[in-house]
Design a protein around this ligand. Structure first.
Ligand code: SAM
Length: 319
């Protein structure tokens, strides 16, 4: 099957798109709304600068302290939207910044300050820093909320035309081939649309390995430069997409999505392994439902395997 390539045709700027200097055009008045104390995760645009919510701008305008993965990117975004820094601290933070800075940030929240955290682009924590901060804030019991917004994975899923009822976000596959093949093989039977982030340089290798591990006939989609001027969606099966991108030279950012495995692709070994793992935390009934849904195998089959396993375990304990 040939691949179909579709551009957005909206002619947006390839970089961050400036919005008019007059903030009244968006109805946004920076700094007029008080931001409650606590940690505020703020999603930022993945291309078009106007893809920021009014609430995100309110939080960025009103928070006592701004924290960012990349302070230059956040400064630029504030400038585009006419949000003044007004002498507020702008602190660089990522998940490897260390315990000291983490404790300092939590300390500020404990003192009653409001902190806004933004990653380089899109939603913090989604293949971006923020997890350690969220975990520490949750453990400390400090107030925490989010101003949700752009996320490349969700934007790509929306445009892919692939089933959206269940999806599995796999993030960036490993860079080395052996580790990548191992990871992809583990996803072969998953009953959900698979979503991968990848660098344009490694896209040809990923598509080749996907075709080899999941089968060349699986439907897939490559979404490139979402929300930007050269937005492009390429649809086809993995074999065709691998051929089409084989020469490399791809530019910009990409998300790769793959349709779910055909039903019954799961081997008996993988069903038994999934049941064994599920039974460590679930009842026989729940484990059977869970495995039947995730691997797309008949519930009766999963139930029988779970029951047999449980009986064997009980018999061995009785000895
Ligand atoms: N936190 C971001 C989010 O919410 O999507 C993801 C950050 S991750 C470091 C960057 C990866 O996201 C890129 O390598 C690419 O796979 C994907 N990505 C980000 N922006 C994109 C865009 N405009 N078009 C396509 N993919 C994009």
């Amino acid at each position: 099957m040939a691949i179909a390539v579709q551009g957005s045709g909206f002619g947006k700027g390839s970089k961050l798109v400036r919005q008019p200097a007059d903030p009244s055009q968006t109805g946004h008045r920076p700094g007029l709304r008080a931001v409650p104390p606590g940690l505020h995760f703020v999603s930022t645009p993945i291309g078009a600068a106007r893809d920021i919510t009014l609430r995100a701008l309110d939080v960025l305008a009103g928070a006592d302290v701004l924290v960012a993965e990349d302070t230059r990117t956040l400064r630029h975004l504030l400038e585009i939207h006419g949000v003044p820094l007004a002498g507020r601290p702008l602190i660089a933070y990522h998940d490897h910044s260390g315990e000291g800075l983490l404790a300092r940030l939590l300390g500020m929240i404990a003192e009653g300050k409001s902190l806004a955290y933004a990653s380089e682009a899109g939603t913090p924590l989604i293949s971006d820093p923020g997890f350690e901060l969220a975990r520490a804030a949750a453990a400390a019991g400090v107030p925490m909320t989010a101003a949700p917004g752009p996320c490349a994975a969700i934007c790509a899923l929306t445009l892919s035309g692939l089933p959206s009822d269940r999806f599995f976000f796999a993030g960036f596959p490993p860079a080395t081939r052996a580790a990548r093949i191992a990871m992809l093989s583990g996803l072969a039977a998953v009953q959900a649309t698979l979503i991968f982030y990848e660098s344009p340089k490694r896209l040809p290798a990923l598509l080749t390995d996907l075709a080899a591990t999941l089968g060349a006939r699986r439907e897939a989609v490559v979404c490139r430069e979402l929300t930007k001027r050269f937005e492009e969606i390429s649809r086809g099966d993995l074999g065709n997409l691998a051929d089409s991108f084989a020469t490399g030279g791809v530019k910009g950012e990409v998300v790769v999505l793959v349709d779910r495995a055909p039903e019954s692709a799961a081997s008996t070994e993988s069903i038994e392994a999934a049941i064994a793992s599920a039974l460590t935390t679930m009842s026989v009934k729940d484990a059977a439902s869970f495995v039947s849904q995730t691997l797309g195998v008949p519930r009766k089959l999963a139930y029988r395997i779970a029951l047999d396993r449980m009986k064997r375990q009980e018999a061995s304990h009785a000895l």
